[in-house]
Design a protein around this ligand. Structure first.
Ligand SMILES: [Ca+2]
Ligand SMILES: [Ca+2]
Ligand SMILES: [Ca+2]
Ligand SMILES: [Ca+2]
Length: 130
């Protein structure tokens, strides 16, 4: 019955691989629709756009501080708000997303992976996405 052994080892190996993969890719379908384990700028802006629409409760096309809540601090809000009307249009919001995306993409390969997302810059980005 020695033929069983390699099969068991193969299974254990597979299980370990599956566990690692699951751990390394905690990205939801919303953030990573192509499930490659990383977020590219297009995915980030798509998720941000969906969140923007959800947060814009009065449907006027802008987010004010009340609608943004704790997602963006006062200082960051005024920095992302060039026309200084204290609200963010979708363009302004997506501009901030692009900025935070760049900050989170430490190795500048154009994607933010799970590890990069787990940094301070990554968490700041995530706040704008979900
Ligand atoms: Ca992806
Ligand atoms: Ca609004
Ligand atoms: Ca504005
Ligand atoms: Ca990266």
């Amino acid at each position: 019955m020695s033929a069983y052994r390699p099969a068991i080892f193969a299974f254990v190996g597979w299980a370990a691989f599956a566990a690692t993969t699951a751990f390394a890719a905690p990205l939801s379908k919303t953030l990573d629709p192509d499930t490659d384990g990383t977020i590219d700028l297009q995915e980030a802006q798509a998720a941000a756009g969906t969140l923007f629409d959800k947060l814009d409760k009065d449907h006027e096309g802008t987010l004010d501080a009340r609608e943004l809540r704790a997602r963006i601090g006062k200082k960051a809000l005024s920095a992302a708000d060039p026309d200084k009307d204290s609200t963010l249009t979708k363009d302004e919001y997506l501009g901030l997303v692009a900025e935070r995306f760049k900050a989170a993409d430490v190795n500048a390969d154009g994607t933010v992976d799970a590890k990069e997302l787990h940094s301070k810059a990554g968490e700041a980005l995530l706040k704008l996405l979900k």
